[in-house]
Design a protein around this ligand. Sequence first.
Ligand code: IMP
Ligand code: MG
Length: 174
Amino acid sequence: MNDKKINILISKDQINERIEQLGTEISKDYLGKKLYVLSLLRGSFIYTADLVRQITVPTKIGFMTTSSYGDDEESKGLVNIVNDIPDNISGFDVLIVDDIVDTGLTMDFVVNHAKSLGAASVKTCVLLNKVERRKVEISPDYYCFEIPDLFVVGYGLNYGDYYRNIPYIFNWED
Ligand code: IMP
Ligand code: MG
C-alpha cells in the first residue's frame, strides 16, 4: 500500500464542519432526554471524541467492542461481542456511534442488543454511510457523509492495525 498514491476524499475541515452541524442537531433532538452515547471501538474513538464535544445536553458515554474486519477488507458476516456495554442502559435514549455503516451487520446487531437491554430508544450516528454494500436494511439516523463503494482509511478507520491516526479520510488509487 505504501508506494501507492493516496487520494484525500474528505478533509479535516470538512469533517469538523459536519460534526459541528450534527452536534447541534443531536443536541436539539435529545433535549430533555436521557442520552447515552454508545461508541463502538476501535473505529469510532476519534469521531466520538469530536462529536460529544459538540453535544450540549447531558450525556453518558460508554464503549463497546464488537468483532469486525481484522486485517482483510471483507466482512466476516458474523458479529461477536468482545467487550460489552459497561453500564445499565435500561431507560436510556441510546445513540450508537460508529465510524461507518458498510454491510450494516454490525449496526443491526448492536441496535438489537441495545433494545434487548431495555433502552428507551435507539438511534444510530455514523461518520460514513457506504450505502452500496448493505446486506441488511438499515439506514443511519445521523451521518456525516455518504461515500461510494471504496475502502477508505483515516480518522479512526484502519487498514491492518494502522492509519487510524491520520486526521482525514483517504483511499489508495489503483
Ligand atoms: P459493517 O460491514 O457495516 O458491519 O461494518 C463493520 C466494520 O467494518 C466497520 O465498523 C468498520 O470498522 C469496518 N469497515 C467497513 N468499511 C470500511 C472501510 O472502508 N475502511 C475501513 N474499515 C471499514
Ligand atoms: Mg468498526
